[in-house]
Design a protein around this ligand. Structure first.
Ligand code: ZN
Length: 345
């Protein structure tokens, strides 16, 4: 299939090998004509996500994959989704749901573990909150970069989850350990930042394997810090799948941390630059020192690692579910496009 346009997605152009493709991303036949999008492609390949027009499957002799989300006829990037969702475009919201429902579901299964329909219900409430008053809440989310936007989305989602968890908290066993602000502060006190990150994610309910994938470092380096979890929080050391053991308390503690921003707290963008290795030791040392002593910033710092990783790694959601969520949103369907328009965007 011919690809036109000066700027192309790195997977199309061959600059990015198939093995480097984020697990959630599909084979990409897209093209990028917007220079800004192309910059985003180069600096952050995870932000790229091309929808494969249905015709591509037939052209390449492959059968359509019915498990995939319904195929919009344009290639979406974060910036396009962000802009067109504000206008209530159905295609953009479908792309939004396809991009972010997997992350939302992962976070909800992690922080609100249950076999029931809670995760789906909380996601629906989050979408309703975003769409309220002509997308007022959505308009207030971060516009500059996808990773900062993810933190806004995560905060809104976990606020909704906290409401559910608070209602269920009275049913928690009386023997459950305290995981409040003070208790967590004592556990983290005096530890280097990396060990704090690992201990924080461990207390949240992540397995060693997930911590290693998120931080790209084996948690055994923090074994001495993990020893602090004995004996009161020993259960967190034994978990075999990602799941928060104390949802009500933990979500309330994260909520309090998010609300505790101080004037001295560095800009989130500085965290991104440090995570990406784009800042000198001289500049990053005071920022890291601040994060190690500030619960608000430690929450944001680890949330950035978490959201960035699971945005790529969370399993895709079936098309039927995406359409179900889309049907709840006040969106306008796009006019039908011709065959040629579908082929070439
Ligand atoms: Zn701070």
């Amino acid at each position: 299939m011919a690809i036109i346009g000066a700027q192309m997605c790195p997977w199309v152009s061959g600059r990015q090998g198939a093995r480097d493709r984020p697990p959630g991303a599909r084979r990409c036949f897209g093209r990028f004509t917007d220079p800004e999008d192309s910059l985003e492609v180069d600096s952050n390949p995870s932000a790229v996500y091309c929808f494969v027009p249905a015709v591509t499957f037939f052209a390449s002799g492959r059968r359509p994959n019915t498990k995939m989300a319904a195929q919009p006829t344009v290639a979406f990037t974060f910036h396009k989704v962000r802009e067109q969702c504000e206008q209530g475009s159905a295609d953009a919201w479908r792309a939004f749901l396809d991009f972010y429902t997997p992350l939302g579901m992962h976070l909800l299964k992690m922080y609100l573990p249950s076999d029931g329909p809670e995760a789906s219900r909380v996601w629906e409430q989050t979408l309703a909150a975003l769409a309220e008053n002509d997308f007022q809440r959505f308009r207030a989310t971060e516009k500059q970069s996808e990773r900062e936007f993810l933190l806004d989305l995560r905060a809104l989602l976990l606020d909704q989850a906290a409401l559910h968890a608070a209602a269920a908290a009275s049913a928690a066993p009386a023997s459950a350990p305290l995981v409040d602000r003070e208790a967590v502060g004592k556990l983290l006190e005096g530890l280097p930042l990396l060990h704090q990150e690992m201990l924080f994610l461990k207390l949240a309910g992540y397995t060693d394997a997930s911590i290693e994938r998120m931080l790209r470092m084996a948690p055994r380096v923090a074994q001495a810090a993990f020893a602090r979890l004995e004996p009161d929080y020993a259960e967190a050391l034994k978990i075999e799948s990602d799941r928060c053991l104390w949802p009500g308390q933990w979500l309330a503690s994260l909520q309090a941390a998010r609300a505790a921003k101080q004037e001295a707290c560095p800009n989130l963008h500085q965290f991104l630059r440090i995570h990406d290795g784009q800042i000198s030791w001289y500049d990053k040392e005071p920022v890291e020192k601040h994060v190690a002593g500030c619960r608000h910033c430690l929450e944001a710092w680890t949330a950035l690692r978490e959201a960035t990783y699971w945005r790529k790694a969370a399993p895709a959601v079936p098309a039927a579910e995406i359409e179900k969520y889309l049907s709840l949103l006040p969106v306008a369907a796009a006019p039908k496009k011709s065959f040629l328009q579908r082929m070439f965007g």
